[in-house]
Every structure is written in C-alpha cells, then in structure tokens.
Design a protein around this ligand. Structure first.
Ligand code: PLP
Length: 377
C-alpha cells in the first residue's frame, strides 16, 4: 500500500498551549491565523485607505501590520495571558508621550521625575510654562518623597524607571499602589528595562510607555513608540488621541519593529550579562569614579573630567559614538553634550548602551579608548 493510499486516522483537536515565557511569546504572538498558505509574518499592508464597512477605513486609525506589532507588545507587557491588555503604537516615543499627556485635564497636577528623558522633561516644562499643567518634580528613587507628593490630589504620576541617564529606580509596587489608592493615574516609561526585565502593569501602573525606537525594535533603523494599558477606557482614549493628533506609525516601521521584537528576550539577556561583565571591569579601572548599571545600560563618570569623557567617546572603534540606545550595536555618548540634558547630570557622565557583540571585544575596545584618553590628557 502506498503512503497516499494509507487511511489517515482523524486527529482529535487538542487544547492549544498558551505560551507563558516571553522568549516564546516574542516569537509566536502577532502572527496571521495558521491556515494553509497563510504567510508566517503579517505582511506590510501599504494602504492609507481601506474599503468602507470595516473597522479601520483610514490608516491614521491603524492597520493590520501595526496591529501585529501591538499584539506582541501587549502580550509581552501583560501580567497574565487573560488580561485585556491593549497596546497602541505611535510614530515615535515622543508621539506616545504626548498622547498620554494629552489625557491630563487643563491645569491638572503632574508629578514627574527630576531626571527623565530630555524630550519628555522639556515637553513637561513647556506644558507647565503655558499653564496647561501644574508640574511637581520628585526624585523617583526617594519613595517617601513620591508618597508625600501623592498626598495632594494629582492627575498623573509620570515615572521613568530606571531613569535616563542616571539609572535611578522607583519602588514601583509601593508608589504605583499609592497612586491607585489616591485616584492618581500613573504611567511608567519602561524603555530602559523593557517588558523582559520589568512589567509595570503587574505593579499597578495604568499605562506603560516605550520608545520602541530603542530595544523593542533593537536595530537602530526606525522611530516608534507604544503605550500599553489594561484599562479599556484608557485604551480607547489613547487610540482617539492617536487618530486626532496623527502620530500613527507607518506599516513599514511596524513590520520592522515586529521583526526586531522577535529577538528581544535574547538581545536583552545577552546585553545584560555583557553589561555586568563590563561593569566589573570598569569598577577596577583607574580614573573611573562611578559606575552605574541596569539591564543593558551603563553610566560611568571620570572624576569630573568631561574632556576625558569626550576623548573616550571619540576613541572607540567597535562602540559607536552616537545618541540613542537599545540597538544590536553598542553605543556611547556623553549626555551633557546635549543642552537640554538636566544640569544635575554630571558633565563627565558617559552613557553606554550594550549590544550583542562579544563581551571581550567590547571590553578590549573600551580599555584601549580608556588608555588612549589618559595618554592624551
Ligand atoms: N523615553 C525614553 C526613556 C527615551 O530614552 C526616549 C528617547 O531617547 C524617549 C522616551 C522618546 O522616544 P523617541 O525618541 O522614540 O521619540
């Protein structure tokens, strides 16, 4: 009997296995339905307009390629698979931040970190100056200080943890619970930790923000942002902010970001272990006065010598002297070269973003730059 003539026993349908590990979710979520000849990847649907009668109609409201990215992010940030977590993608992290800030009523009080990404900090100051919000800055690593600020009614607690570039951390469970008890909406910028190292929704955050330009997409080839929430009303408001403010990402960028996020758990694990290896060596290095590290990020100081910090940034050949972070390639920069950076960030602080290259190559390159920068002084 040939194989084709063999009778095929009908297979009992089995309960699908729901993946629980981020390594599996990152690979399996956001895929088209498995039917014969379906593509494995949600295609790039390049359309500004869709045939009338459906849910989308116009691309400012989203589209299939964007939805695929959103479903992976929602699943990765979701504290449990059954939660109604939704992600709303934007054309940049700042577009996402602005949509979230647009939910604050005029004159609403916003509690925000003294150290935050320069763009967010500048935007908060701008809104305060034009009377749109009342701004109170707090050191988010000072839990008692955050709780004191929360004692007065506030519309929004904005957290960035760890902060850019000082890597300060908030006690998320405590301060987010307090915010919820007091009826203050909360948002956590999770760009540095990513959902692999920290899930703020599980700690009680109302909204999580990512600059998807960074580690989520991971290849320094696009600009995108995303907001994630478990609350259907907040999700609805944020979607409407995106449609009305217009910061919807392109299908091309959403496709690349989905492709990038497939390897997020691997990249974060690799970058984190390399960052630990480098932190140990940097701590033993003469002339380096302080080393901070969290996840894939490091921040080092040169005993006040900003000129040496600049020389190190210019002397590496594997590390790229560039702004931004979270790419497969390791990069570094002295943050105070930017006029908008907070004045309390030390002039000599160099922020390093650790990629996926071989740890020893990264160390040898950095060590050579450290030696050269000493000789040049
Ligand atoms: N949040 C953090 C922590 C960032 O580092 C950045 C950018 O560097 C942003 C938000 C803004 O994101 P984007 O540059 O994608 O607009």
């Amino acid at each position: 009997m040939s194989e084709s003539e063999a009778s095929v026993e009908p297979v009992e349908p089995v309960e699908p296995v729901e993946p629980v590990d981020p390594a599996t979710i990152a690979v399996t979520a956001g895929r088209p339905v498995r039917i014969p000849d379906a593509p494995l990847n949600t295609p790039i649907v390049a359309a500004s307009t869709f045939v009338a009668g459906g849910d989308i109609e116009y691309a400012r409201e989203g589209g299939p390629t964007i939805a695929a990215f959103e479903s992976v992010v929602a699943r990765l940030e979701s504290p449990d698979a059954g939660a109604a977590t939704q992600a709303i993608a934007f054309s940049s992290g700042m577009g996402a931040a602005d949509a979230a800030l647009d939910l604050v009523p005029i004159g609403g009080r916003v509690i925000a970190p003294t150290t935050a990404y320069t763009g967010v900090a500048a935007r908060l100051r701008e809104l305060q100056e034009r009377g749109a919000i009342e701004l109170e800055l707090v050191d988010i690593s000072d839990t008692a200080g955050v709780l004191t600020a929360l004692a007065e009614p506030a519309a929004l607690l904005w957290l960035e943890s760890p902060t850019n570039p000082l890597l300060e951390r908030a006690e998320l469970d405590t301060v987010l619970r307090a915010a919820r008890e007091r009826g203050t909406r909360s948002i956590v910028d999770n760009t540095f930790a990513t959902s692999i190292l920290q899930q703020p929704l599980a700690s009680g955050a109302d909204i999580v923000l990512h600059s998807a330009t960074k580690a989520l997409s991971g290849h320094s080839d696009l600009l995108m942002g995303v907001l994630v929430t478990d609350d259907p009303d907040i999700a609805q408001s944020l979607r409407s902010r995106r449609t009305l403010l217009g910061a919807t990402p392109s299908a091309f960028d959403a496709y690349l970001a989905t492709r990038g996020i497939r390897t997020l758990p691997l990249r974060i694990e690799r970058g984190r272990s390399t960052a630990e290896f480098l932190a140990e060596r940097l701590e033993a290095e003469p002339g380096i006065s302080r080393v901070r590290h969290f996840g894939t990020m490091l921040a080092i100081e040169f005993g006040g010598d900003a000129a040496r910090a600049d020389r190190v940034c210019d002397a590496t050949s594997i590390w790229v002297h560039a702004t931004s972070l979270g790419g497969v390639e390791s990069s570094l920069e002295r943050r105070r070269r930017w006029p908008l950076e907070a004045a309390h960030v030390p002039e000599d602080l160099v922020r390093l973003s650790v990629g996926i290259e071989a740890p020893e190559d990264l160390w040898q390159d950095l060590r050579a730059a450290l030696r050269t920068s000493q000789r040049d002084s």
